[in-house]
Each structure stands twice: as structure tokens, then as C-alpha cells.
Design a protein around this ligand. Structure first.
Ligand SMILES: Cc1ncc(COP(=O)(O)O)c(C=O)c1O
Length: 388
């Protein structure tokens, strides 16, 4: 299946020009059909029947295997979650902190994750420090910023794999190596909301202690299903936070009752058919090209957009020196607020979004984006600028 064949089975893309893949990906019809088929099978076998359990177990096992494979970690290191945020928060809140320990966050993290860290700090009497990533334009600059802010009591570092605002990937493996040299060996939490499904992941997930992602963005799966790859030491040291029957290995045990594997961070009843949909979406992406080929296509498309923006007077891309090596292109319009640009574009069928910090417009390109869509967007932006 070519990217354009994939596009043809995404009803959400017809009749509009879609540039919000970093917010949510369109669901292919075969993925929707896979979910419906799974639901139908659950009903055929009978919910909560003797015969349904092996089917459910096989479905969940296949999903865990698939997402672990995506992250190149063994399945026992993978917990199934609902979204990126729960993937970050559930293992994070169970880590052993002592009063006075410090959390070091990059200045480019998502508000939900930041809020969870601040509340954790408030409850456990920890300190929060910040290092700069948002305005860094090289790995060296990120590593230097980290170095400056690392302290003897730093116990956790939070850094996104791919910054949701600038579209720059972060040097996660180098950060992990640096943290391993620190006397406390701080935990490394990686928000992978924007990288999973858009970048070739390589050894990045395995280098992090907590690598949290979702299926509903670049993987084009259904909303409500994600995963988190955790390190062996997180499995050993982090206690489950929100606890339910799925966290338990033995419901009657008097000792530590938690699963020793990623299931310790799973909670209770969830929607199994979503997994069939996500697996189908991942298969469809694979049919359109391997991860390296998909990343190259995404980059080529975002480069076309970035280069076009350089030609429009009054438009300024967030990255000035070079195009983003990812599908996220952020920019501002000299004479208009980002919200006004997004609204004016929506009037003409273009779906983009504004970001608060930095205050800008963001356009995303995925493998199913067409050159014609990009050129149409550039054309409308040029007219918009000229009319201002
Ligand atoms: C970088 C980043 N982190 C976290 C989130 C929140 O994702 P979720 O709703 O899956 O928790 C988003 C969503 O846009 C994001 O871009």
C-alpha cells in the first residue's frame, strides 16, 4: 500500500486539508472495521463468558507484543495505558522520592505532564528545576543546558523525544548516558507523544526509564489507547499508583501482590477492541513503508512547507536555520495572532492549530499529506499575508 492508498482509506481526510496529525491522526477504515469485528466477536462469544477469556487474553497479548516491538523492548517492559499522560504519570508517581529531591524538567514539556510533576513535588516536598530545550538548536546546546541545571539531588529528568512546539528531536540516548554518570542516576521520563509513529525510534525507548506514547496521533489509531515502555529499575522500584485488579498478580496474596512486569501499571476493565484498531493502523503504516522511509517522506513534506514559508513575506518559521527533521512546522504571521490565522484557514477548509508557548501556528505533515495540499496551504497563506 502506498501512502496515497492509505490516504484513500481515511475518510477524515476527504473534503478538507488536514494538518493536525500531532493533535490526532485520522483513523483508516480498515482499523475501524478491525475494531467492529473484535466487538462482534466479543458478543458472539458472550461478554464475561467462559469462552471469551482466552480470546481477550490473546488480543491483549498480541497488542502488548506489537507495542513492545515498536519500542524494541521485551513485552514485560510494556504497560498498556489510555494515552500519553497516564503513561507518564502512573509509573512516575510510584517512584521512590525523598523529601528535598529535585525534578528537572525541560522548558518545552506539555502542560499536563508539567502539572503532574508540580503536584507530585507539592505532595512529596520535592523541588522543581528547569533546563532550556525549547530555544536550543543543537544537541550540544540541550546537553549543555541540562549540565548547567543538574544538581546533586536531581532524581528525575523530563524531556520529550520530539518537541511538540519546535519539531526538534532531543538527544535522548546522550541524556540517558549523562544521567548514568550522575551519582544519583536520575530517572529519565520521555514524553514520546510526537515521535511514536513519526520518527524511527531506534534504541531511544529502551534508553529511557519511562517512555510514554499514544496510538491516536501519528500511529493513526483510535483515541483512548497508548502504552509506556519502562526500564527494569522502574519495574523494580515504582509502586503502582492507581491500583486495580489488573495490577495484581495474585488477588489473594498477603505479600507484594503486584505484577512484576508492566501490568503493575494497568488498572482495570478497558476497551479491548481499540487494540485491534491500533494494530491494524500500525500494519497499514508498515505497508506504506518502513519507519525510516516514512520518516524520510514526512521530512520531505515538512521541508517543502518550511521552504515555501521562507518565501512568504510576513511569515516567520520558528526554526530559522533549517527545516525541522520531523513533521511539525511552527510559524507566526507578522500581522495576525495565531488564532486568527487558524480561524481564517479553517474557513477555507484547512485544519491547523495554534500553540500557546511559543505563541504560533503549527502545521503537521504525515506520509498521507500530499504536495498539492502543502502548495494549497502556502498559496492561501501568501494571499493572507499580501492582504494584511
Ligand atoms: C508532547 C505532548 N505530550 C502530551 C500530550 C497529551 O497527550 P494525551 O492526551 O495522549 O495524554 C500531547 C498532546 O498533544 C503532546 O503533544
Amino acid at each position: 500500500m502506498l501512502p496515497m492508498d492509505l490516504r484513500a482509506v481515511m475518510p477524515a481526510l476527504s473534503g478538507k486539508l488536514y494538518f493536525n496529525y500531532g493533535g490526532q491522526g485520522p483513523l483508516p477504515t480498515p482499523s475501524l472495521e478491525a475494531m467492529v469485528a473484535c466487538w462482534a466477536e466479543l458478543q458472539r462469544l458472550g461478554p464475561f463468558s467462559r469462552d471469551v477469556w482466552p480470546y481477550l487474553e490473546a488480543e491483549v497479548g498480541a497488542l502488548r507484543q506489537r507495542l513492545a516491538g515498536l519500542c524494541s523492548v521485551p513485552p514485560h517492559r510494556l504497560a498498556l495505558t489510555e494515552n500519553v499522560t497516564t503513561g507518564c504519570v502512573l509509573p512516575l508517581w510510584g517512584l521512590p522520592f525523598d523529601q528535598g529531591d529535585r525534578l528537572l524538567l525541560s522548558d518545552a514539556e506539555h502542560p499536563g505532564v508539567v502539572a503532574a510533576c508540580k503536584e507530585l513535588a507539592r505532595r512529596q516536598h520535592l523541588e522543581v528545576d528547569w533546563f532550556s530545550a525549547r530555544d536550543c538548536r543543537s544537541d550540544q546546546a540541550v546537553l549543555a543546558g541540562l549540565e548547567q541545571q543538574l544538581q546533586p539531588r536531581t532524581r528525575l529528568v523530563v524531556l520529550s523525544h520530539l518537541l511538540w512546539n519546535s519539531g526538534l528531536p532531543m538527544p535522548i540516548t546522550a541524556v540517558a548516558q549523562r544521567l548514568a554518570q550522575h551519582p544519583q542516576h536520575p530517572f529519565l521520563l520521555v514524553d514520546a507523544a510526537q515521535s511514536v509513529g513519526s520518527l524511527e525510534l531506534g534504541d531511544v525507548p529502551a534508553a529511557a526509564d519511562i517512555f510514554a506514547f499514544t496510538g491516536h496521533k501519528w500511529c493513526c489509531g483510535p483515541e483512548g489507547l497508548g502504552g509506556v515502555a519502562v526500564s527494569e529499575r522502574v519495574l523494580e522500584l515504582s509502586q503502582p499508583t492507581v491500583i486495580g485488579w489488573r495490577s495484581l498478580s495474585d488477588e489473594t496474596s498477603a505479600g507484594s501482590p503486584w505484577h512484576r512486569d508492566g501490568r503493575r501499571f494497568e488498572i482495570a476493565t478497558s476497551c479491548v477492541p481499540l487494540g485491534a484498531g491500533l494494530r491494524r493502523s500500525l500494519d497499514l503504516l508498515d505497508e506504506a513503508g518502513n519507519a525510516a522511509q516514512r520518516e524520510a517522506r514526512i521530512q520531505a513534506l515538512s521541508r517543502r512547507l518550511w521552504q515555501g514559508l521562507q518565501q512568504i513575506k510576513g511569515m516567520k518559521t520558528l526554526l530559522q536555520e533549517a527545516p525541522p527533521p520531523s513533521g511539525l512546522v511552527s510559524f507566526t504571521a507578522q500581522k495576525h495572532q495565531p488564532e486568527a490565522v487558524v480561524n481564517a484557514l479553517a474557513d477555507q477548509g484547512f485544519q491547523l492549530r495554534s500553540l500557546e508557548d511559543p505563541h504560533c501556528v503549527r502545521a503537521c505533515t504525515h506520509i498521507c499529506t500530499t504536495e498539492a495540499e502543502i502548495d494549497a496551504l502556502l498559496g492561501v497563506l501568501a494571499n493572507f499575508s499580501a492582504a494584511a
